[in-house]
Each structure stands twice: as C-alpha cells, then as structure tokens.
Ligand binder design. Structure first.
Ligand code: ADP
Length: 260
C-alpha cells in the first residue's frame, strides 16, 4: 500500500547542503506494522515528513495506495513525539479528538460518537470534558493516538511517539499500540531510536544508515502473539533480533564518520 522508491532529500544547497536521504527504497503491505530505526540525525523524520506530504523530497517517489503523494493524503494520520504541541490546550479532549473528523464531512453527533469510542479504546473513557493540561503526559499521548484512531486512517505514521514519557508509560503505550492495531485494519509506520521497542512492536524492522540514509537492514519479526512485555522480551528470537538490529545500528555508530 506504500511504496517508496529511490527517495533522496537534500536540505539547502551549495557547500552547506545536507544530504539527508540517499536513495531509500521501501515497500509496506496493507496491515503491516513497520518500525524504522537508525542513528540519531540519519533522516528518519525527513523520511516520515516525505511520506506525510509535509516535505517535497528532492528526488524519488512515494506512492500511497497507488497514488503519488504530492500533498498530505486524506487517509493518513500522524502521531508526533511532542504531544503537548499537537493538542490544542483551549479545546476539551473530546473536541481535540473530534476536530479532524470535520474533514470527513461527519456531522457533530457522529463526530462525538467516534471521539467517545476512540477514547474508550485508549483507556480514557469519560475524559471527553477534560482539557489536555489536566492530564499526565502519557494520557495526553493517548489522546493523540485516539485522535488518529477516530480518523480511521489507512496509514498511521508515528514519529518517536513514546519518546517523551517515562519507561512504565512507554511500555503501556507500546501495548496499547499493539492492541488497537489488532482491532483496526490499519497500516502503521513507527519511527523509533529504541532498538528493543522496534523489535517488540514491529512485524518488520527497517534499519537506516547514517545520513545520507539508505536501508541497510530489513528484518521480519516472527514472535508469537499476543506479545507481552516480560515473556516476549525473554524469547530467544527477541534476544537474537535485538542483537541483530543493534549490530546494524551500532556498527554505524562506531564508524568515526557517523552522525552522533
Ligand atoms: P532523525 O529523525 O533521524 O533524527 P532528521 O530527519 O530529523 O533525522 O534530520 C536529518 C538531518 O537533516 C539532520 O542532520 C538534521 O540536522 C537535518 N535537517 C533536518 N531538518 C532540516 C532543515 N529543515 N534544514 C536543514 N537541515 C535539516
């Protein structure tokens, strides 16, 4: 459903130009949860912004559902790391979740119903009338995920979605992501710098090289489901895969020329 072909991106021009993407090729099938990992600064967010139509890459193509991405596709939702800036503080939680549904032409009662259902799915039943600033960081990120779910996107992009919460909340949100994806026929692309997380939540882990980024590893994760924070992480296959991904990422980090 998503096809990225020889994607390149250069920021700026002349001697100060920065080659962020060096020809990324990637195919994602309907219903897959693909994690993208790579060294910090390698171009992960640049890749995600290109898929979201938020950035015009300097070369290559992105097609979603067979159509080239030229602007933000209608059936796409993005969950960013910084939940505090992605929710409107003056709007109630319910209104924040329902807002994008206006684009779908849904009337007010249907928008409310969809928001209530999505909030239930993320464990925030009854929080509609609260304001984002009345909730913890982890709860605010649940609201962002509920907003994406309510929209029922064909593709959900997640950019370091659990990077700003504590370790316990992070595990809860990883499990929430696994739970909700099993209820929806949704394709998810999740960017993370956390190797263990990529193996724990992914059906596939795609490893990017340092900038200019190319795909240097594409590993299938065949772990028995449902996944569980304790037993999955001690499964020999999990241990093997995290070492494999770690080697691919760390091998680049050890390179003296690698991005820090
Ligand atoms: P990652 O998400 O892997 O940390 P990014 O895609 O954010 O990496 O950035 C890749 C590289 O491109 C970084 O070196 C970053 O400094 C640079 N970069 C990102 N955005 C811009 C921009 N708007 N202008 C110039 N350079 C940028």
């Amino acid at each position: 459903m998503l096809e990225i072909s020889n994607l390149t991106h250069v920021y700026g021009s002349g001697p100060g130009a920065h080659h962020a993407l060096g020809g990324v090729d990637l195919k994602v099938a309907q219903g897959e949860l693909v994690c993208i990992v790579g060294p910090s600064g390698c171009g992960k967010s640049t890749l995600l912004r290109s898929i979201a139509g938020l950035l015009h890459p300097t070369g290559g193509t992105v097609t979603l559902g067979g159509k080239p991405v030229e602007r933000t596709p209608d059936d796409l939702a993005v969950v960013f790391q910084d939940y505090s800036r992605s929710l409107f503080p003056w709007m109630s939680v319910g209104d924040n979740v329902a807002l994008p549904l206006r684009r779908k032409g849904m009337d007010r009662p249907r928008r409310r119903e969809a928001a209530t259902e999505a909030l239930e799915q993320v464990g925030l039943a009854g929080a509609e009338g609260k304001y984002p600033w009345q909730l913890s960081g982890g709860m605010q990120q649940r609201v962002s995920i509920a907003r994406a779910l309510a929209y029922r996107p064909a593709l959900m992009l997640m950019d370091e979605p659990f990077g700003s919460v504590d370790a316990q909340t992070r595990e809860d949100l990883e499990d929430l992501t696994l739970r909700v994806r099993s209820h929806h026929d949704m394709t998810i692309l999740l960017i993370t710098h956390d190797i263990d997380e990529s193996v724990y939540v992914g059906d596939r882990v795609v490893v990017l090289s340092k900038a200019p980024a190319t795909v240097v590893g594409d590993l299938r994760v065949d772990l028995p489901g449902p996944r569980d924070q304790i037993t999955t992480r001690e499964n020999p296959e999990f241990v093997h895969l995290r070492a494999e991904v770690g080697r691919l990422v760390r091998g680049m980090r050890d390179d003296p020329g690698a991005a820090s």
